[in-house]
Every structure is written in C-alpha cells, then in structure tokens.
Write a protein that binds this ligand. Structure first.
Ligand SMILES: C[S@@+](CC[C@H](N)C(=O)[O-])C[C@H]1O[C@@H](n2cnc3c(N)ncnc32)[C@H](O)[C@@H]1O
Length: 278
C-alpha cells in the first residue's frame, strides 16, 4: 500500500504551483525542446498530471508524455483530470490521446516505484518533475542525473522546497515549528533518507558535475488573503508533520495551530539542466 498524496491536496495547490514556476526557465526549456518534431517527456512522481498541464501548452503541436507514479489511485485521478482539461479526448488502448489548444498529446501512465531504479524506464527526450525531489535521497539524485546524462536528455524539475516558510502575522513558535518540519522532511519517504530542503542544491551539483548547462530560479509560493483555501490546509499539514517528529511540546504545536494566518511564503526553486552545446 502506497502512502499517498491525495488528489484533492494536489488540486488545491495546482494554481499556486503554476503561477509560481519560473517563466524564464520554462521558456528556455520549450526553446530547447523545439528541436524535436515529436518530443517525448517522462514526468517523475507525476501525481494528477499538473506538470503536463503546465508545460504542454509550450511544447509544440505533437507531444508524447509518460506520467510515472507509484500510486495507482493517483494515476487514475490523473487520467480523469486530463480528460477534463483537454478539449477532446480519445482512447487508444490504455493510451489517452488529448487535443488541447491545437496540440495532440498522447499520455501513457506508468505505475512504477522509482526506488527500483531507472534501468527499466523508457527513454525520453526530457525528464521532468514537479514538487518531487525533496522526497529523494542524495544517492537517488546522483543515480538519476547519471541516467539522464547518459541518455543526453534534457531535465527540468520545479518546486523543490528550499527550507523557507514565513507566516503573517508571525507567531512566537514559527522558528521552532520550522526546525521540526525541516527535521521531518529528512525522514525516509521511500527513496532513502530524504534531502528535504537541500534537494535543489544536490540536483544543481549532480548535473553541473556531469557537465550539463545548469540554470536555476526561485519559484516560491506567495500566498495572500485570497489563497486561504490553500493556506489553511498547508498550515495544518505543516503542524502535523512538525508534531510527528516528537521534537515539540504538544502545547507549542497547539498554540501554533490555534493562531490564524493571513499570508504565507513557502520557498521553492526550479532547475533546468541541458546537455552542453556540441
Ligand atoms: C508532492 S506530489 C507531486 C505530484 C505532482 N508532480 C504535482 O506537482 O502535483 C509527489 C508525487 O510523487 C509520487 N511518488 C513519491 N514517491 C514515489 C516513488 N518512489 N516512485 C514513484 N512515485 C513516487 C507520489 O505518489 C506523488 O504523486
């Protein structure tokens, strides 16, 4: 049984995710992908397909995607979300064929646990991911980078948590809560001891050392009064994770939970890593 991210949580965050990702890196990625008449893209930890919905409008008239996740329920939700999102939908066996804003997009769903390694994964012109790498270990990132570089593929991963969370109005226990949350982030999430907030640095180092051209940019969530629908469950999830570590007195977590929050910032970063020019 896979411990999961609920599709409803991924739905809640999708708008903030899309508006926060760096437009410059996305455009550079799209420019690089233009060399492929029919690009194929492998999205790791794809969830309900948010990263496809974010990128596909920029990647040309015919595209082939593989959405990989280890959670069959989330992949079923992805199928439904993508069918709703597209202008037209057809099925070719198990493959979803979407028409959206003039593009034809085929989508295959691959239920696989990335803890098993990359050897059996299909080759892709680009490997992408969104809100995934803070779950990964250092070894995992280095193996993945070797795999991607070995295939000469492009790599674009967005929304890796960078360790910053700020709440407004501030609360006396913010700093203690954040320390506990960061400790929780480093627990094993199925891919070895997780990098948490150092995932981005590790990605940049792994692809840089492999000779790739690496660019990075911030993609922080800036959540305002109108984002209460996300802010409230975000703070609750943050408090649950911090409490799970056992590092805090229950009175501290309870006092923090009871406070109301109008705004928040969650730090993220995006990376684009491309093969060096020949
Ligand atoms: C935070 S969610 C992000 C989902 C999606 N990329 C998005 O941005 O909405 C992380 C995703 O990684 C998947 N995942 C976690 N560990 C995995 C593993 N070992 N193998 C494959 N997928 C995994 C989860 O099922 C979940 O869908």
């Amino acid at each position: 049984m896979v411990e999961g991210f609920s599709p409803s949580w991924l739905d809640l965050r999708e708008a903030a995710d899309h508006r926060s990702c760096d437009v410059g890196l996305r455009m550079r990625f799209a420019g690089w992908m233009a060399r492929f008449a029919r690009p194929n893209i492998l999205d790791l930890g794809a969830g309900t397909g948010s990263n496809l919905r974010r990128l596909a409008p920029y990647l040309g008239p015919v595209q082939d995607w593989i959405l990989l996740d280890h959670d069959p329920a989330i992949l079923a939700a992805a199928r439904a979300r993508l069918a709703d999102w597209a202008d037209e939908v057809a099925l070719d066996g198990e493959v979803l064929v979407l028409r959206c804003a003039g593009a034809e997009i085929t989508v295959r769903f691959l239920c696989a646990d990335l803890a098993q390694g990359f050897a059996g994964l299909p080759r892709a012109d680009a490997v992408t991911a969104s809100a995934f790498f803070d779950l990964a270990s250092e070894d995992f990132v280095h193996c993945l980078a070797r795999h991607v570089v070995g295939q000469g593929s492009g790599f674009h991963a967005v929304l890796s948590f960078d360790g910053r969370q700020e709440w407004f109005p501030p609360h006396q226990h913010d700093a203690a809560m954040l320390r506990a949350f960061l400790a929780h982030q480093q627990g094993d999430k199925g891919l070895g001891a997780a990098l948490g907030s150092s995932a981005q640095q590790t990605l940049e180092a792994a692809f840089g050392q492999a000779g790739y051209d690496v660019a990075a940019a911030p993609s922080s969530w800036i959540l305002d009064r109108e984002d209460q629908g996300l802010l409230v469950p975000l703070a609750a999830g943050f408090a649950d994770a911090a409490a799970e570590t056992g590092l805090l007195a229950p009175t501290v977590t309870a006092a923090w939970r009871a406070a109301s929050r109008e705004r928040g910032i969650v730090g993220h970063r995006d990376i684009l890593a491309l093969p060096p020019l020949a």
